[in-house]
Design a protein around this ligand. Structure first.
Ligand code: NCD
Length: 320
């Protein structure tokens, strides 16, 4: 298959072949990683070039996992990373430079750009002017496609399937970009039932609901976390996105509205999964961490093989 270009949303991976090939590669990388190499072991690195391949990290919003897992993934492939995790302060964005100008220049400094930006649509704007692939690492309240890939990879790892799943999403479904991307990605699978648990002001955004309706994906909306958790194969909790609120008082009123506690966990199925893209700020109590259903730290770890595989197919194409 050809190399893939920009990754601004999950659309490319709605194709089951493209998704399956990506996840097989991620799984292979994960397995071979632990083995001593044999003469027959395929290379887990990028194809050699005269110079190392370079990923430009351009993060205009705080990040722990996405920035560092992309960096770790690129380095483990034999590539290098330049750029910043604090572009808002230490790049010319602080002088008011346009994103488009910045991206045009960065495209000549590396082989791909991974961009996080507070404005929705920023990754698409960047892709429109970039001659190297742009990977969306979160654009405001818009999308976070590589997190959704990590999430679905984690679900597949546990259940051995990506279809026939009840997925409950709880928290900030209006501003939370991870759930927008995950809901869209799941809509490409069969037998998916979604339940959205959110206070009225933070209910799943309209365009995602319309998209699901358009694709015949059943969903229900409720404020009853306990009931939603009890019937879920996956309970996906999210942080209330304080930085996106106009009114701090409104944030104060809504934060802490839902929490996955031992009492909620008690009503959940054995073998169910509690997920969270992290960081959590109270949405899952620490008492839940020791339960085998707590998947969020393993989920974060899975960001490595998924991003390695993604960088490999972006830079070299799918292995033949
Ligand atoms: C999320 C993000 O930045 O959208 N974190 C992540 O990338 N794993 C979630 C959040 O900030 O709430």
């Amino acid at each position: 298959m050809d190399r893939i270009g920009h990754v601004v949303d999950t659309t490319h991976f709605h194709d089951h072949g493209a998704l399956g090939d990506l996840f097989s590669l991620a799984q292979e990388m994960e397995q071979l990683d632990q083995e001593p190499p044999l003469p027959t072991t395929p290379s887990l690195r990028l194809e050699p070039r005269a110079r190392p391949r370079i990923l430009v990290a351009d993060f205009h919003e705080p990040s722990s996992r996405t920035y560092n897992s992309f960096s770790s993934a690129m380095v483990s492939l034999g590539g290098q990373v330049i750029g910043t995790n604090d572009a808002k302060q230490d790049s010319s964005a602080a002088k008011g430079e346009w994103l488009e100008d910045e991206i045009r220049v960065y495209a000549s400094y590396g082989d791909a750009i991974v961009l996080r930006h507070p404005e929705e649509g920023a990754a698409r704007r960047a892709a429109a002017v970039s001659r190297v692939p742009v990977i969306n690492a979160g654009d405001g309240a818009g999308e976070h496609p590589t997190q959704a890939l990590t999430d679905l990879y984690t679900i597949r790892k546990h259940y051995g399937r990506m279809d026939e799943l009840n997925v409950a999403m709880v928290g900030d479904l209006l501003y939370g970009r991870t759930v927008h991307s995950l809901a869209r990605l799941l809509s490409s699978r069969k037998g998916i039932h979604l339940t959205f648990v959110a206070p009225e002001p933070l209910r799943m955004r309209e365009d995602v609901r319309a998209y699901l309706q358009g694709h015949g994906v059943p969903f229900k909306e409720t404020d009853d976390l306990e009931a939603a958790a009890a019937s879920a194969d996956v309970l996906y909790a999210t942080r209330i996105q304080g930085e996106r609120f106009q009114d701090p008082a409104e944030y104060g009123r809504l934060k802490g509205i839902y929490a996955v506690t031992p009492a909620i966990l008690k009503g959940m199925r054995e073998g169910a999964m509690v997920m969270h893209p992290l960081p959590r700020v109270g949405e899952i109590s620490p008492e839940v961490d020791a339960d085998p259903r707590a998947w969020y730290f393993r989920q974060a770890e899975n960001g490595i093989p998924v991003r390695r595989a993604l960088l490999k197919v972006i830079l070299d194409g799918y292995p033949k």
